[in-house]
Every structure is written in C-alpha cells, then in structure tokens.
Design a protein around this ligand. Structure first.
Ligand code: G
Ligand code: G
Ligand code: MN
Ligand code: NA
Length: 253
C-alpha cells in the first residue's frame, strides 16, 4: 500500500496520536507550555515519522485534513487538562496550506468554542512560508487569529523568508529559534552569531523567544546568557504521551 493511501486510512481509523513536548522556563524549570507533535504507529510499518509523512501530505493537500484533526485533538487535550486543574498552553504546528484555507480562522474559533477552551491556551506555530503568497490576506488572518486571543509564533525561525519588516507588521508574540542554530552552540561561531542576533531582535520587537532542540547544558547556558529564557529539547524531555506529560508536570495526583 502506498504511504499516501496508508495515511488516509490512518486518519480514518484514528491511528494518529499527539505527543507533547515540554517548554521550560529558565531558572524555575517550570513547564510553561507544550508543543503538540503528531505520531503515527502503523500495524505493519511500525512508527512512521512526521518528517516523512507530513511533507508527502503537504504535496497531496491531505495535510489540511491532518491539520484539522491535530487542531481539534490538541484543543480537546488542553480543555481536558484545564478541567483537571492543569492550565497548559498547547502549541500546534500549522502548515502553510492549512493556514491558507478559506475559513481557517472560523474553524479555529469554532473548535475553541466547542471545547470551551480559552483562546489564550492555544498557540499556532506558523512557518515563514505562510507569509509567502498573498501577504495581505495572510496579515488579515493573523490579525483575526490574534483578535481571538490565540498566540501566534514563528516556527523554525531563521530558516525561511521572513523579512524584518514582516516581523514588525505581524501580530506575532513569539519566535522559535530553529534547532539547526542551537546545535553548534556554544562553539560554532556562526551559530553563536545567529542565536545572539535572533534573541536581540526578538527583544527589540518585544517578542518572546524560545530555543528549540536544546540538548545540552552548555547550549542552554549559552542561550540563557544571550537573553533567551525559554527552552524546548531533549535536555528536558522529548515529546511525551499525554498521560506521561501530565505525570511529569504534576508528579502527585
Ligand atoms: O516530532 P518530529 O521531530 O519527528 O517532527 C518532525 C517534523 O514534523 C517537524 O518538522 C515537525 O514540525 C513536523 N510535525 C510534527 N507534528 C506536526 C503536526 O501536527 N503538523 C504539522 N504540520 N507538522 C508536524
Ligand atoms: O519543525 P518543528 O520545530 O516543529 O519540529 C520539532 C521537531 O524537533 C520534532 O520532530 C521533535 O521531535 C524534534 N526535537 C525536539 N527536541 C529536539 C532535540 O532536542 N533535538 C533534536 N535533534 N530534535 C528535537
Ligand atoms: Mn514546531
Ligand atoms: Na523548528
């Protein structure tokens, strides 16, 4: 069976899961949020990485259907946790194609409403590619989403096309430093320069800055002294099944 077909079947049969990677605050080590990352275990093929099937889904357009499911599932999880007294913002990856669908904003609003989830507990991670194409329409959508109270962030920041002018105009609250720039810290001079520049630019624009792919204390310490105070990466935890995430965040219950 072709992967594309298997993917459609997986969605229909409810085989996708979301795992949640902690986002941690400097100093307190408090978990301040979670990034939802899709997981797929196929009975025949075993685990299939989203790095493999998401690009394929983007090509075929099926990523829109997957993205709808991810959005609803993440919102349901945040609402479930909230009901259990755990107030945990969840960040969802939104592919450019999904963002550009007519009715995307309404869909987000409706999903939040149905789950009775405060919009402040949803973050949408956009890539710089979202801003390609119709930039005016994109800006309109971002403003409407921000107007709902949803947090918007730029994922994989530094790898795409966004100009500084865009950053100034767009209602973005957060930059996520791409892990490719974290990897070589603190020894690689280019990574040092890029990481410093992103943190300083973020601060100048009044944005939160979170570093992705933080694997070592040396990386974390460098980022901290550069002024970045939020981290995500294997140093803390990989993406975890929701029950395990909850146990880690709240050891006793
Ligand atoms: O979780 P992992 O590191 O294996 O993810 C690999 C890639 O797949 C990353 O680029 C990540 O952004 C992407 N990805 C994971 N989950 C989702 C999702 O729910 N939606 C989209 N569009 N991309 C995802
Ligand atoms: O593209 P995006 O930033 O959404 O992708 C997140 C991806 O990074 C996920 O596949 C996740 O599993 C992976 N990831 C998370 N933490 C680390 C880390 O510390 N090191 C590496 N190499 N990958 C990580
Ligand atoms: Mn992401
Ligand atoms: Na990234």
């Amino acid at each position: 069976m072709r992967l594309d077909h298997a993917m459609r079947q997986a969605l229909a049969e409810g085989r996708f899961r979301l795992h949640y990677q902690p986002q941690v605050e400097l100093g307190s080590d408090r978990v301040i949020g979670a990034e939802a990352l899709i997981r797929w275990r196929d009975p025949q093929r075993g685990d299939i990485s989203p790095a493999e099937f998401i690009p394929l889904a983007e090509e075929s357009g099926f990523v829109v259907a997957i993205g709808d499911w991810v959005l609803r599932e993440a919102i349901a999880q945040a609402a479930y946790w909230l009901g259990r007294g755990l107030r945990m913002p969840i960040a969802v990856n939104v592919s450019a194609l999904q963002f550009q669908q007519a009715g995307f904003v309404e869909q987000v609003a409706e999903a939040l409403h149905e789950a009775a989830l405060p919009a402040s507990l949803l973050e949408l991670e956009l890539t710089e590619g979202v801003l390609l194409g119709d930039a005016d329409e994109g800006l309109k959508r971002m403003r409407a989403l921000a107007g709902l109270g949803v947090t918007l962030s730029i994922d994989d920041f530094g790898t795409g096309y966004s100009s500084l002018a865009y950053l100034k105009r767009f209602p973005i609250q957060r930059l996520k430093i791409d892990r490719s720039f974290v990897q070589g810290l603190p020894s690689d001079a280019s990574d040092v320069g890029i990481a410093n520049a992103i943190v300083q630019m973020g601060r100048a624009l009044g944005l939160q800055v979170i570093a992705e792919g933080v694997e070592s204390e040396a990386q974390r310490d460098f980022l901290a002294q550069a002024g970045c105070h939020e981290f995500q990466g294997y140093l803390y935890a990989p993406a975890l099944p929701p029950e395990e995430f909850e146990r880690r965040v709240r050891p006793r219950r």
